[in-house]
Ligand binder design. Structure first.
Ligand code: PGA
Length: 252
């Protein structure tokens, strides 16, 4: 695929001052990127309005890190998909490994959030990935394909036509350990094949991002792999120059 996405997951890191600084620098630099690269930022929820305002005339899309599976009502502390949409959000992360491991989100809840995002007219970014123990047991493909299949079983394979996948090996997130380009490509290819067995057209059109300690140094080789269609970036997305360097690596 020639269309590449470079998505910045800020996690729980921001203030009004850093949001303004970071987005201003990104807007200044992103104008020079070629049209095949879509840059997206995922600030913490309280900064969405500020980010929307700052991104008004920029070619950078807005994303959110989390969403409720419920539509509205008595769910204290939750934020609905419609509310995110109201602030110009286009992409929403679902199933990030930190949500799965620290907040107990299982495949059923992840599928419900995925559906809520699509129902509101936004695009879910479904995150999947194995732990180090699972990789060492040789269970990588069964784990990641199982996480994808849970969404297919709940919503049908066609639901993946309007979604983005992000393969993030848990052992590579925030650790400085990046999967090698060959390791990442092997998993991406296997995920695409798993989906292709159920719908070849959907599999062909699917964007599969790689995530896990992506940096300006590692991005070029990762993005050169046939089945890697961009990156989901944590740490390096908090620094404008590092994030823009990853955007440059995605240019064709
Ligand atoms: P990292 O995070 O780039 O800091 O490893 C990636 C992610 O969790 O999305």
């Amino acid at each position: 695929m020639s269309t590449m996405m470079v998505a910045g997951n800020w996690k729980m890191n921001a203030s009004t001052a850093t949001t303004a600084d970071l987005i201003d620098s990104l807007v200044a630099g992103a104008g020079q990127l070629s049209a095949n690269v879509e840059m997206v930022v995922f600030p913490p929820l309280p900064y969405l309005a500020q980010a929307q305002q700052l991104l008004q005339h920029a070619n950078i899309a807005l994303g959110a890190q989390n969403v409720s599976d419920k539509a509205q009502g008595a769910y204290t502390g939750e934020v609905s998909a419609a509310m995110l949409k109201d602030f110009g959000v286009r992409y929403v992360l679902v199933g990030h490994s930190e949500r799965r491991s620290l907040y107990g989100e299982n495949d059923t809840l992840v599928a419900a959030k995925f559906q809520a995002v699509q129902a509101a007219g936004m695009v879910p970014v479904l995150c999947i990935g194995e732990t180090l123990a699972q990789r060492e047991q040789g269970a990588t493909l069964s784990v990641v394909n199982g996480q994808v299949q849970a969404v297919i079983d709940a919503l049908g394979v066609d639901a993946l036509a309007a979604a983005v996948l992000a393969y993030e090996p848990v052992w590579a997130i925030g650790t400085g350990l990046t999967a090698s380009p060959e390791q990442a490509q092997a998993v991406h290819q296997a995920i695409r094949a798993h989906v292709a067995a159920q719908n070849a057209v959907v599999a062909e059109g699917m964007q599969i991002l790689y995530g896990g300690s992506v940096s300006g140094a590692t991005a070029p080789e990762l993005f050169a792999q046939a089945d890697i269609d961009g990156g989901l970036v944590g740490g390096a997305s908090l620094d404008a120059q590092s994030f823009l360097a990853i955007g440059q690596a995605a240019q064709s």
